[in-house]
Ligand binder design. Structure first.
Ligand SMILES: [Mg+2]
Length: 320
């Protein structure tokens, strides 16, 4: 595949609706910032063998790549604007694979209202890897941060936890489940909570997305805010499929320390409880109160009897 043909055939169509992309014909893109707004920028890369197995459909890999970036925009309360794509492909990658990859991006561009604005394609002698830099916008000063949680705040999480980690365990044949396909899909196709993020600026004191396990990620809010947190395992939201696996060994390890949930974790004053439930009903997305911020610096997860649970690892670490 010739690099320039490849760009023209598969990637220019993804950039056509975004004038600042200059149809990928120039050296860089031009971004306009509307008055009263500011840009939020994030980069996330995914690598074969770590974030995807390499056996899955190219469209699925593309969608996960875009969605993990969208999830970071959601975590900051941003509205998606544009993204930049870096592809490191083995020489002799076939055109059908690239076409399928671009179709995956196209589908999610439509769903989330984001456009390709630029990027780069190179060959690699190693494994597949991809990176996206995504840009969103927020009203000036209203981006959600990790460092602003307050003592006494309630802690909420969107959706359910553990499905993706259990799905990966199914893919790796460590466990089996009648709803295996559902759980595996939850691993392949995360749901970035863009609409929720856009609504949280007047409700949440701090927020982030849960990508590496709720215990570890809760620790990031605690560290940034100079506080501790107590979570209750009874309150961690589970899908019907996940709840059916509660008897497997290490079940809470999957739910509390497994990665790839891509839900939003946020803190809010107790006075917001009603508004949060109203928002949950409006968005048709569960928002569950799972614990409380307090002084200190530790994150504890209490079991059903109120005793702190112990885990060997709090979450996924690339260099651990
Ligand atoms: Mg994140």
């Amino acid at each position: 595949v010739d690099e320039f043909d490849l760009i023209k055939t598969y990637f220019v169509p993804l950039a056509r609706d975004f004038p600042g992309s200059l149809n990928l014909t120039d050296d860089a893109a031009i971004l306009d910032v509307p008055p009263g707004r500011e840009l939020v920028v994030t980069t996330d890369a995914i690598t074969e063998g770590i974030h995807f197995t390499g056996q899955e459909d190219a469209a699925l890999i593309a969608r996960k790549l875009l969605r993990v970036n969208l999830s970071d925009l959601a975590a900051m309360g941003a509205t998606p604007v544009a993204y930049f794509l870096a592809l490191m492909l083995p020489k002799f990658t076939n055109a059908a694979w690239i076409k399928n990859f671009a179709e995956g991006l196209q589908e999610d561009q439509r769903q989330f209202g984001i456009h390709l604005a630029g990027g780069d394609t190179t060959s690699t002698k190693g494994t597949l890897s991809f990176s996206i830099t995504a840009i969103g916008s927020v009203a000036k000063g209203q981006a959600l941060k990790r460092s602003t949680a307050k003592d006494g705040d309630d802690i909420y999480v969107s959706g359910v936890l553990g499905d993706a980690a259990l799905g990966l365990a199914c893919i790796e044949k460590k466990i089996t489940h009648p709803a295996q396909v559902f759980l595996e899909d939850r691993y392949y196709i995360p749901q970035p909570r863009i609409r929720l993020g856009e609504r949280l600026h007047s409700i949440a004191t701090a927020a982030m997305d849960v990508s590496d396990g709720i215990l570890q990620d809760m620790g990031h809010i605690c560290e940034a805010s100079g506080l501790g947190a107590t979570l209750e395992c009874d309150h961690l939201p589970l899908s019907h499929a996940a709840a059916g696996l509660q008897n497997i060994p290490d079940f809470w390890h999957y739910v509390a320390t497994g990665g790839d949930d891509y839900e939003l974790l946020f803190t809010a004053p107790v006075s917001q409880a009603m508004d949060i439930q109203r928002l949950a009903a409006e968005l048709k997305l569960p928002l569950n109160n799972i614990g409380k911020m307090h002084s200190g610096h530790q994150v504890q997860l209490l079991d059903k009897s109120g005793k702190p649970m112990q885990f060997v690892k709090k979450g996924f670490r690339h260099f651990g």
